[in-house]
Structure formats: C-alpha cells, structure tokens
Design a protein around this ligand. Structure first.
Ligand SMILES: NC(=O)c1ccc[n+]([C@@H]2O[C@H](COP(=O)([O-])OP(=O)(O)OC[C@H]3O[C@@H](n4cnc5c(N)ncnc54)[C@H](OP(=O)(O)O)[C@@H]3O)[C@@H](O)[C@H]2O)c1
Length: 377
C-alpha cells in the first residue's frame, strides 16, 4: 500500500517516481510486505564490495561475538543507503579520523541479545541504530558492510517509533541527525528566518525541509532536474531552483530583495559553494556538509566574512566518537516522529541482495528520498 507523505498523494508520488525512471522497488512500500530471499544461506552475513568502483558486490558469512558490557545485538530488518555508502563503494570517501568507513550505518531491527549493564532495552524490542562500526575499550572495531547481525553500543540505538515501518525507521538516523545538527544545533535557526536547502530532494534535503517547517523558517530549495523541482513544488516550495548551475545565486538575491538568506545548508562544492557564501545575509550561517572542498583544501578569501557570517563544518560521523550526544539527539528526533511533527521520507525499497542495483540507482542521482534495503526475516 502506498502512503500519502508530506502533502503528496501516493498517485502523484508514484507518477513522479515513474517519470524519473525507477524500475525496481516501490515508493513508500511497507517494509513488512516483501520478504526477500536471502542473498546467501548463512544466518549472519555481510557484503563484500570487490575493487573500489567496480560495484562487484557479493555476500559472505559473518561471525558475530556475544555483545560486551553496554552493548546489544541487533538483527537488521532494514538499512538505508546514504551518499557516503556510494562514495565508499567507489573508493572516493574522504575518511573521518578515527571512524571506520564501512558501508551501512542506518539500521532498524530487533534486539536479539542484551549485554551486561544495559537498562531499559530488552530482547525483542524494535530499535533504530546508527552504527558505522563499534567501539570497544575506546577503540574503533572494524565492522562489515551492510551486516545483518551486529553488536552496537546502547548509546547508538533508540526505540523505533511504533507507528513507523522498519523501512521508514531505517531512513531516519543519518539524514535527520545531519539536518537536525546543522539547522538546530549549529545554525540555531529561528522562526521567520530564511534557509536555502541545496539538493533538497535527497535524504538530507527532505529531512531538512521537515525540520525547517517545524521551526517555521522560510524555505528556499534547489534540485538537479525538472522532475525533482516539480516534486518540491508539490511539497509547497514556491520557487525551486537548479542545483546544477550557479543561477540560484541571482535568483536568491532577487527573491529576498537583495538581502540574501539567513542560513544555507550546503551540499555543493567548488564555485557553487563560493556562490552560496556570497548570498548569505548579514549574520548568516553557512553549514558545510560537502566534504570535497575540505578534502581538496579549498581556500576561502577572508573578504567573504565581512558581513559577519559564520562558516561551520559538520561531519556527523564524528558523533560516533561522542555517542552520548548522538543518543540524546536521536531521542529528540524520534520523539518528534512519535508526536507526528516529522513525517517519514519517501522510500524506495530493495531486497538486500539487490544492493548493487540500489547503489547504481543512487549513482544515477534520479532518486527522490531514501533508498532502503530490506533484510530477510
Ligand atoms: N557532513 C556530513 O556529516 C554529511 C552527512 C550526511 C550527508 N552529507 C552530504 O550531504 C549530501 C546529501 O546526502 P544525502 O544522503 O541526502 O544523499 P542523496 O539522498 O543521495 O542526495 C544526494 C544528492 O546529491 C546530488 N548530486 C550532485 N551530484 C551528484 C552525483 N554526481 N551523483 C549523485 N548525486 C549527486 C543529487 O541532487 P540533485 O540532483 O538535486 O543535484 C542527489 O540527490 C551528500 O553530499 C553527502 O555527502 C554530509
């Protein structure tokens, strides 16, 4: 059954998704519906990605030890893809210091074992986890790509909102945590302020729209194709702009009467990043999510800061080194889902055995919302 999500009827959404060329998966399909065949016969498995860039995906048996003190064991029901997964598969991911670069970080599933010292979570509980690998005795333990059974610290896991399917729940952690950290914690966005959200039909972009609406901010947005911009219009964004050219700069200045925007959530690199800084209003906050310019050590002329703007860099994988903060924020986000403030993002689901197809779809960049892998029971 297709759901009505964030102002779009299921028919409108399906039509748009068809138009942008989906052939596998179904928009907004409930996680419980397809019970995919196991990609392998093993009870515990993970994925092996072959040479970086080849997308030569295969599955292999995984071994999982009992959970240590403070840890739980989770059997995945669903896992969502993030842009970082594609970059890791392509061998292009700029690593974050001290954080493992495994594909697969956003899971929903069921707790199967509880380690000593864990209170309040029991076997059988349905949970959401953000885990790119575990930390034992302060050290990162390398994990496995899109593993189906894993041990995770109680600080990297929260109860799944009961009203959400496993697919919808797996779509939450990274993108909502990123958009929340950026707009609420770093930009401290206030009601009536304006925000420009780049590549707004992606996971982070759509989560940012949910958060900006909750904060009653005025939303401007860009996207990379007429179909994506049409999707944004149907979500109530009045003047969606192009994310693949620099024309958004002049358009923003015109739309804001020459003032610029208070906050910019930046997923673009190079000249588009520079253009973004130029169109900030006095006291504006620029939140840098894209890692390319950091990896290539792009320099910023100091004159860009003359309007008293703030340039903040967010790398949410570093939160895995501060899991207590991560937990606090995920609790806040899931509370807002439970209260119906945040709505689930559009999802296209794939059986986990079709990981290669899902990564290929992400690389084509026609998707709207999240791509979610469904695990066998
Ligand atoms: N710093 C952090 O902590 C952090 C955390 C999460 C995500 N991010 C970054 O935020 C961005 C969005 O992430 P996401 O998870 O929302 O990804 P997503 O759902 O896949 O969206 C990515 C968007 O990037 C745009 N894009 C531009 N060039 C592309 C290319 N060559 N291949 C594929 N997509 C391309 C596309 O938008 P258009 O077609 O509209 O241009 C696409 O929809 C990524 O750059 C990601 O690395 C950063």
């Amino acid at each position: 059954m297709l759901k009505k999500i964030a102002g779009l009827s299921s028919e409108q959404k399906e039509m748009l998704l068809k138009k942008i060329g989906y052939s596998t998966g179904k928009a907004g399909e409930e996680a419980s519906k397809p019970v995919p065949a196991k990609p392998v016969d093993w009870d515990c498995f993970s994925c092996s990605m072959g040479n970086p860039g080849s997308l030569n995906i295969s599955f292999e048996e995984a071994k999982v030890a009992d959970p240590q003190e403070g840890y739980l064991q989770v059997r995945a029901k669903a896992a969502s893809l993030n842009y970082r997964d594609l970059m890791i598969a392509m061998g292009q991911y700029p690593e974050s210091p001290g954080v493992p670069s495994n594909m697969g970080s956003d899971y929903s599933g069921v707790v199967t074992r509880v380690g000593k010292g864990v209170d309040g979570i029991r076997e059988g509980d349905e949970v959401i986890a953000l885990s790119a690998g575990t930390f034992i005795d302060g050290k990162v333990q390398p994990g496995s790509h899109f593993i189906n059974v894993f041990n995770v610290s109680e600080l990297q896991l929260v109860p799944k909102p009961p009203g959400l399917s496993f697919a919808d729940a797996a779509a939450i952690p990274t993108v909502f945590h990123t958009a929340f950290s950026a707009l609420v914690r770093l930009a401290n966005i206030a009601g009536g302020e304006s925000v420009l959200i780049h590549t707004a039909t992606g996971g982070v972009g759509l989560a940012a729209i949910e958060i900006a609406r909750w904060k009653k901010a005025e939303i401007y947005a860009t996207a990379g194709s007429p179909e994506k911009r049409e999707f944004l219009k149907q979500k109530g964004i009045v003047h969606p702009m192009d994310s693949r050219s620099l024309s958004f700069g002049d358009e923003i200045m015109e739309l804001t009467g020459g003032r610029g925007v208070d906050v910019l959530l930046n997923t673009l690199s190079g000249d588009a990043m520079m253009k973004g800084i130029e169109i900030l209003a006095p006291f504006g906050r620029f939140i840098q999510l894209d890692k390319k310019d950091i990896a290539s050590n792009t320099l910023l002329p100091m004159t860009l800061f003359r309007k008293g703007i703030t340039f903040a860099v967010l790398d949410i994988s570093l939160y895995l080194l501060r899991p207590a903060k991560l937990k606090e924020q995920l609790m806040e986000i899931t509370r807002l889902f439970n209260e119906g403030v945040f709505k689930p993002l559009p999802c296209v689901t794939y059986p986990v055995g079709d990981l290669k197809e899902a990564l290929t779809a992400m690389s084509r960049s026609k998707h709207i919302g999240k791509l979610v892998l469904i695990y066998p029971c």
